[in-house]
Design a protein around this ligand. Structure first.
Ligand code: PMP
Length: 364
């Protein structure tokens, strides 16, 4: 069936597909937001109208993830990469050590940033196995005095994902950039969660931070205010001009999610989408080889390779011509990566699985 806007299947790793009803609503509001005579892009962040947009976005996000009242929700800028630096600046103090579990490219980046701030321990590192699996967090040995434990719930490039929230007696900090809102989360297991918006929540430009009030208060003294979580919290994410448009768009996505079954429905869909693609890999008689170990397979980023890199290149090019866009794997891993976030249509996965079958027949 032709899409009403000639939209293609966009497998981009982020920014990526957003729900069509959300884009339609934004279009509707673009020139005159609800009778204000201006766009949200043109509105003062101190205005009553924007205040209401921000409050609704926060309330809906809280409702989606069941965020308890003693946790703050902040809308910050600088991407998840800024969080890589802010977390140790705030919580890795003189004489302390932070523990890092590194399951892929982004976790390694987070550790690199923390090393510049203070002492870190690599408790587990998947590099030796080319980051193809995640460990059992419960079985790892953490230092009981560590400042915090950092990990990445879903590694976007390698396509490996933790399936549940570790229950540890420690300050757990998680980068959930590429799987936030794709399943229910036990927020109280974490001291802090952060996620760039541009995969499951909205456009690029805003990073959502969820942190317990106690953790925020434990931050180091003397941090530049703009990097200080307690300052952002005290100013309700308005210490400086927030990314108004991105927050507004996230708000629309949250409303859309609430109206379509929330994170429980999102999880069922993620499972359905990824199952279609993993079945195509597993049923290909070895032509397609999945990168992730079975029990670590990501529901968001399905990574696989073909017999040669050259063939992977041909695959990506031919797929693009067939309306299946953005499949070339990240340069750090090669092969193919199908990113299938919350707003990605299931039919797109079926179309890709069909294409995979047909391509393997022609080239196998
Ligand atoms: N963490 C993860 C898991 C990511 O996927 C990304 C971006 N793809 C980042 C961090 C970095 O995010 P940003 O580009 O927003 O800084």
């Amino acid at each position: 069936m032709a899409s009403p806007y000639n939209r293609i299947y966009n497998f981009s790793a982020g920014p990526c597909t957003l729900p069509v009803p959300v884009l339609e609503e934004a279009r509707e509001d673009l020139l005159n937001y609800k009778g204000t005579g201006m766009s949200v892009m043109e509105m003062s962040h101190r205005s009553k109208q924007f205040g209401a947009i921000m409050a609704a976005a926060e309330a809906d996000f809280r409702s989606l993830l069941g965020v308890p009242s003693h946790y703050r929700v902040l809308f910050l800028q600088g991407g998840a990469s800024t969080q890589f630096a802010m977390v140790p600046m705030n919580f890795l103090q003189e004489g302390q050590i932070a523990d890092y579990v590194t399951t892929g490219f982004w976790g390694a980046k987070a550790l690199e940033a923390a090393h510049l701030v203070g002492l870190c321990r690599k408790v587990w590192d998947g590099k030796e196995n080319n980051y193809n699996c995640v460990p059992d967090m419960q079985a790892l040995e953490f230092d009981s005095t560590s400042a915090y434990i950092h990990f990445t719930s879903n590694e976007t490039i390698q396509g490996v994902q933790f399936k549940s929230d570790p229950a540890l007696v420690a300050s757990l900090v998680c980068d959930m950039s590429s799987d936030i809102l794709s399943r229910p989360v036990d927020i109280e297991n974490y001291a802090m969660i952060y996620a760039g918006a541009q995969k499951n929540m909205g456009p690029a430009g805003v990073t959502v931070v969820v942190a317990s009030e106690d953790f925020i208060e434990s931050r180091a003294d003397g941090i530049q205010p703009i990097f200080d979580y307690s300052q952002h919290a005290a100013n309700d994410s308005m210490q400086n001009t927030p990314p108004c448009w991105s927050i507004y768009m996230c708000g629309l996505v949250y409303k859309h999610m609430l109206a379509t079954g929330g994170v429980v429905a999102a999880q069922a869909l993620c499972s359905a989408r990824s199952s279609v693609l993993y079945a195509a890999i597993d049923g290909s008689g070895g032509f397609y080889r999945g990168h992730a170990a079975m029990d670590s397979r990501s529901m968001m980023n399905v990574t696989f390779s073909l017999p040669t890199e050259e063939l992977s290149g041909t695959f990506a090019k031919e797929a693009e011509k067939a309306g299946l866009d953005g499949l070339k794997g990240h340069r750090a891993l090669g092969g193919i990566r199908a990113s299938i976030y919350n707003a990605f249509p299931l039919e797109g996965c079926v179309a890709l699985a069909d294409f995979m079958g047909e391509f393997a027949k022609r080239n196998g």
